[in-house]
Design a protein around this ligand. Structure first.
Ligand SMILES: [Zn+2]
Ligand SMILES: [Zn+2]
Length: 131
């Protein structure tokens, strides 16, 4: 079991079993979300990518602080929502409508201890010079 928390520690979630994959996403939505949520510490890497650890939904449990979790969508029609811990504005995970997994922000792992990314996705959206 892996336990991760929001920045202040009021929200804790447990991940059971190994992740599906770790990926670094360079899509416009992830960069827009990082800019609008502006979390401290940031969720983006130096290269502008956002790292996610993908975990099956049925292997994620909220241990505490569920009442702090709020949904953030880039537009009202977005099929994708980002779940944010309102206690400290920490992005927790991203959820695609109909997806069987959650993409958990790797920034939630303490001191960069998240599994290393196996691949980079959506690099065609990255700004020139950052691909
Ligand atoms: Zn918090
Ligand atoms: Zn993305």
């Amino acid at each position: 079991m892996t336990k991760i928390t929001c920045t202040c520690g009021d929200v804790a979630i447990a991940l059971d079993g190994p992740p599906i994959l770790t990926a670094e996403c360079h899509c416009t939505s992830c960069r827009d979300a990082a800019g609008r949520l502006a979390p401290r510490p940031p969720v983006q890497e130096e290269n502008g990518g956002t790292r996610f650890v993908m975990q099956r939904k049925d292997r994620v449990r909220v241990l505490k602080g569920a009442d702090h979790l709020a949904s953030f969508r880039l537009t009202p029609k977005s099929g994708t929502q980002r779940i944010v811990a309102t206690c400290c504005a920490a992005p927790m995970w991203l959820e695609f409508r109909g997806g069987h997994w959650l993409s958990i922000y790797a920034a939630r792992w303490p001191d960069g201890s998240a599994p290393a990314p196996a691949l980079r996705t959506m690099t065609r959206d990255a700004p020139p010079g950052r691909r």
